[in-house]
Every structure is written in structure tokens, then in C-alpha cells.
Design a protein around this ligand. Structure first.
Ligand SMILES: Cc1cc2nc3c(=O)[nH]c(=O)nc-3n(C[C@H](O)[C@H](O)[C@H](O)COP(=O)(O)O)c2cc1C
Length: 317
């Protein structure tokens, strides 16, 4: 049975669940598996050349056939952003998620190419601005999320943003199961975006097995943010690298030292599997992530748990 939210309608999917873009990791294979399971996957562009993004899009298209839903992430700070945007337009990707910069100038060219624009926003002011400028939906990402973070929790963001938003709002950050999905829907979100949970998908084949095992081993208190004081916060698992970085950060090391320390650590963790000297990006909800499963099974678990939670919620009053 499929669900009915503004997001399921916008993206023509059965369940309002988006697998968020993950630099170096989320490719066309994972995005296609998400769509087979009734959801939407996002191909990352971070860490990939424009040609690699094109290959990934074509992989998703080959697996899925025509007219199916998947997205591509446009990282506005990436040096190859123009080339990636061109590929997205050429390939007529169904939707883009846009982050790390001002998304407004991108709406017109992307809409012109028939592509839906879904910016990732970390505060209420930007949420209102992108809605007024014609965004098709927004992803509201709390500081619980894996990867680059804002400074506000998801709960506070939803409280601050939901009353002023009419377009579909997608909640992200720290959601790994049906409880989080149900809570977001009850609050008024039209769907969720999850990253960390899908790192443990079988189809998440680019992530090194050591990194998967580190996520399985981790608990809530193993989550740290590097760069909170520099304005470039990145959340991942505590390890030798993060201990060193945080020691330097909080003893006032210059930005150049911190930048040199963190350079290449995402790739080192995710692709090379160096779980001590690389940074394994992951969100704060870790304790109950204990096994690797096919995407289909993960989605079925989340869907049935959400349905159980929503049924229980209606019995509260
Ligand atoms: C390993 C990893 C890499 C990520 N890379 C990106 C990225 O390149 N672009 C982006 O917009 N978001 C990125 N994110 C954020 C996710 O798309 C998603 O919003 C986030 O994972 C949601 O929080 P969660 O990890 O608690 O589920 C990344 C997240 C992770 C865990």
C-alpha cells in the first residue's frame, strides 16, 4: 500500500523517503535500488567528476528504465558545479537537491530544463526565501545529520520552519527508523531524507566494509562535529583523526592547519576504509544500526514501523 503526502505526489513515489546524497558514496546503483523499493535516491556529485556523475545517472536509467524517479545533488561549492549542472540538464534528471551555497540563481535554468529543485536549508529565513523563489520542496536538515551540518537541531528547525511553509517539507538529520519518520509526518513534514541508515545498505557498494563495520560498532556518544567553530561543521565518527582535529580546533589552531588536517579524510575513510585516520561521515542516531541489509528490506522495516507508530499515535487521545 502506498502513502499519500505532498512529497509522494511531487516525486511519484510510494513512500516519502529520500536517500540523501552522500559524497563519494551514493551512486546510480543505490539510487535505483531506492526507487525499486518505492522511494527516491539521490546520486551524489561530491567527490565525483562530471563524467562520473553522468555514468551514474545512466546506470540508474539503465536499471530503472524511463520515467522513474531519482535525483542528483548539486554542491554549489564544488569546483565542477557548472559541469555537473550541465550534465543534470542534458540528462533531464527528475529532481536535484541543492546545497552548500545560494540555490536561488539555479532555479530558473533547472526549471527551464524541466528539473524539480529541492534545496537543503539549515534555517527558517532561507526556507522562506527559497519557497518564495519557487522551490518545489525543501529539505530541512538538522545538526544531527551526517556530513556538513548547520547549527540547529531538526526538532527546533521544524518548529521554526513548518508554520510558514506550504511546499513539501522533507525532514533530515538523525532519522534512521519508523519512529523518526512518524514523528516528522505528525509534526507536518511531507517526508524524510536519510543518509546514515542507507550507508548500511547492501547496494551502498562504494562504502568500504571497514567503514560499514565502524558504523555498526558506533553508539550515540561516538558522534562528533569537526569544524563547529570555523563555520564548516562536519559530523562523523569519533576516531584518531577527529581527536587530533578537535584538540587543534579548540586550542585555537589557524584555519590553514585545520584545513590541511582534514584534507582528503572523507575519501580516506569512506573509500580506503581507514577508520582511524579518515573521517567516517555519519549522523547522530547510531545505536540501533546493527546490520547490513538490502535496500528493499530496510524500506520495508521503516514503512511497517512508521505505520505502527502512526496507529499508536492515534490512540493517545
Ligand atoms: C557519508 C555522508 C555524506 C554526505 N554527503 C552529502 C553531500 O555530498 N551532499 C549533501 O547535500 N548532503 C550530504 N550528506 C547529507 C545527507 O544527504 C543527508 O541529508 C543526511 O545524511 C541526513 O542525516 P542522517 O545521516 O542522520 O540520516 C551526507 C551524509 C553522509 C552520512
Amino acid at each position: 500500500m502506498s502513502w499519500n503526502t505532498k512529497l509522494t505526489k511531487l516525486l511519484s513515489i510510494d513512500y516519502p523517503i529520500i536517500q540523501g546524497a552522500m559524497a563519494y558514496i551514493s551512486d546510480g546503483v543505490l539510487a535505483a535500488a531506492m526507487n525499486h523499493a518505492g522511494c527516491a535516491g539521490v546520486i551524489g556529485s561530491g567527490g565525483f567528476s562530471a563524467d562520473e556523475v553522468r555514468d551514474s545517472i545512466r546506470t540508474a536509467k539503465d536499471i530503472l528504465g524511463n520515467g522513474k524517479c531519482y535525483g542528483v545533488n548539486l554542491m554549489l561549492q564544488a569546483p565542477n558545479v557548472d559541469d555537473v549542472a550541465q550534465v543534470i540538464c542534458d540528462e533531464k534528471v527528475p529532481f536535484v537537491t541543492i546545497g552548500a551555497g545560494n540555490p536561488l540563481p539555479w532555479f530558473e535554468p533547472l526549471h527551464h530544463a524541466g528539473i524539480k529543485c529541492i534545496p537543503v536549508v539549515p534555517n527558517a529565513k532561507l526556507a522562506k526565501r527559497v519557497q518564495d523563489a519557487g522551490a518545489d520542496a525543501i529539505i530541512v536538515e538538522g545538526m544531527e545529520a551526517g556530513g556538513h551540518d548547520g547549527k540547529v537541531t531538526l526538532m527546533a528547525l521544524l518548529e521554526n520552519i513548518l508554520p510558514d511553509i506550504e511546499i513539501p517539507l522533507v525532514a533530515a538529520g538523525g532519522i534512521v527508523d519508523g519512529r523518526g519518520v512518524a514523528a516528522s509526518l505528525i509534526m507536518g513534514a511531507s517526508g524524510v531524507q536519510m543518509g546514515t541508515r542507507f550507508l548500511l545498505a547492501e547496494e551502498c557498494h562504494l562504502l568500504h566494509p571497514n567503514a560499514k563495520q565502524a558504523i555498526i560498532n558506533a553508539n550515540d556518544t561516538d558522534s562528533v562535529v569537526c569544524g563547529f567553530t570555523t563555520g564548516d561543521s562536519v559530523r562523523g565518527l569519533r576516531n584518531k583523526f577527529s581527536d587530533k582535529y578537535l584538540q587543534e580546533e579548540y586550542s585555537g589552531a589557524p584555519l590553514s592547519t585545520l584545513t590541511a588536517l582534514s584534507r582528503g579524510t572523507n575519501r580516506k575513510g569512506a573509500i580506503e576504509g581507514d577508520t582511524e585516520n579518515g573521517f567516517i561521515l555519519a549522523g547522530m542516531s547510531l545505536t540501533h544500526l546493527t546490520k547490513i541489509q538490502p535496500v528493499q528490506e530496510i524500506v520495508e522495516d521503516i514503512v511497517s514501523e512508521t505505520e505502527r507508530c502512526l496507529a499508536n499515535a492515534s490512540r493517545v487521545i
